[in-house]
Design a protein around this ligand. Structure first.
Ligand SMILES: C[S@@+](CC[C@H](N)C(=O)[O-])C[C@H]1O[C@@H](n2cnc3c(N)ncnc32)[C@H](O)[C@@H]1O
Length: 280
């Protein structure tokens, strides 16, 4: 078990309660999905009142995720994906994009929300390319050594780890940098790390405080971080151009979002991947 030097500060919300908003369902409501309850829609409306670009940022984030997976499965030749904080399954999920580019692609989906895991299991049952496991990114050693995950992905070979719109739900006291470091330490050279992360760089502090209050109701403590902090999460990796930028602009000709609410980037673990063992 990963001995975090930092106490876990999230209040656990592991049991299902349709009267309490939850991260995955608020995000689904922001995206205009149907897998949410009135409390989640109310939270999404309050979030949008505090931060008017919130729904646009959620859509930009999904579009970034799709471009990142296409880049990795296409140009980078990655066939293994570990998607941590995967969210409720929705159209254009990681395995659909990855398997289109590379039919041999395999994906391990991770979330700490049992409802997300149950829903994903129901929707993805019978998809051999995919497994889903309930685990918490704040315990990266536990996550990276799970037998089910290691049986599905070969960590001797490059893996792309996706931490897309999840690390801003990890408090500073939980040590996001050491969490990311623990994950990348378990990856082979030639592996990739994808991050998108909420920022308050161009948003008034009062609006960020209101957003935090809304997530407090969902028992979540996290942090909007600066571009500098987010770049620091890629320490030890080579950043793929254009580096850490507005998620809407990462390898996209779209106009800049104002204000920037999410930064995104991809890093590569330096070194040559080990040659694949010949199939006996
Ligand atoms: C905003 S959604 C992002 C979903 C997807 N990655 C995307 O970008 O479209 C964040 C997801 O992270 C999950 N999550 C939050 N904290 C987590 C943690 N500590 N460990 C694992 N998953 C977590 C939530 O349950 C939710 O499903």
């Amino acid at each position: 078990m990963y001995e975090s030097p930092h106490p876990v500060t999230l209040v656990e919300q592991q049991s299902f309660d349709s009267g309490v908003p939850n991260i995955a369902r608020i995000y689904d409501a922001l995206l205009g999905g149907k897998d949410n309850y009135a409390v989640d829609r109310e939270a999404a409306i309050a979030l949008t009142a505090a931060i008017p670009g919130a729904a646009r940022a959620a859509r930009d984030n999904r579009a970034f995720l799709a471009r990142a997976v296409r880049y990795l499965a296409g140009r980078a030749g990655i066939t293994q994906f570990l998607d941590i904080g995967t969210g409720l399954p929705t159209r254009g999920h990681v395995h659909e994009i990855a398997c289109t580019a590379s039919p041999s692609a395999r994906v391990a989906y991770i979330d700490n929300d049992p409802v997300v895991v149950a829903h994903a299991n129901a929707v993805l049952a019978g998809t051999p390319a995919v497994i889903i496991a309930e685990a918490d990114v704040r315990f990266p050693l536990d996550l990276m050594t799970r037998p089910a995950v290691r049986a599905h992905l070969d960590f001797e070979q490059p893996v792309a780890v996706l931490l897309v719109a999840v690390l801003h739900f990890v408090a500073d006291s939980d040590g996001p940098r050491s969490i990311v470091r623990c994950i990348t330490d378990h990856l082979a050279p030639g592996s990739y790390l994808v991050i998108s992360h909420g920022t308050g760089d161009q948003t008034p502090p009062e609006a960020i405080r209101q957003a935090r209050d809304i997530y407090d109701i969902a028992y979540v403590r996290g942090a909007a971080r600066t571009r500098h902090d987010i770049e620091g999460l890629f320490d030890g990796l080579d950043l793929i151009p254009p580096g850490v930028v507005d998620a809407a602009r990462w390898r996209s000709r779209r106009g800049a979002s104002r204000p920037v609410l999410l930064y995104a980037g991809i890093g590569r673990k330096p070194g040559r991947p080990t040659a694949l063992r010949p199939v006996p």
